[in-house]
Write a protein that binds this ligand. Sequence first.
Ligand code: ZN
Length: 132
Amino acid sequence: MQATPSRDTGPEKTLRSTLQRMGLRFRKDEKPIDDIDCKADVIFQSAKVCVFVDGCFWHGCPRHFRPPKINTEWWMEKVRDNQERDKKKTKLIKKRGWVVLRYWEHAARHDNVIKIAERISAIVRERLDARA
Ligand SMILES: [Zn+2]
């Protein structure tokens, strides 16, 4: 079975270009917080908002994750580890005053990407307004 790349796959790119078209400026694929070893897909540094697009396979989407037939136990454990890590990192980043948004890869695909981008944009603008 072929491993799915976890970064820069379709949905992240689509989401980023949609956000760009909406006039938002952000960084991509960087750590929101230097001393927390966790890269987000989209980072709004001054609004302190970061976005993760979680791959349905690697992050164990309840709708789409099916463990491979070979080494099933190993894969299940690997995905469980990933989920645990996701949860832990989300908590750590939130503790530092950030908003952490996570979307499933399947949700970030074409039909929904505008809705998601609008939601992100609203949150970012609200945070920036609150700061000003
Ligand atoms: Zn999914």
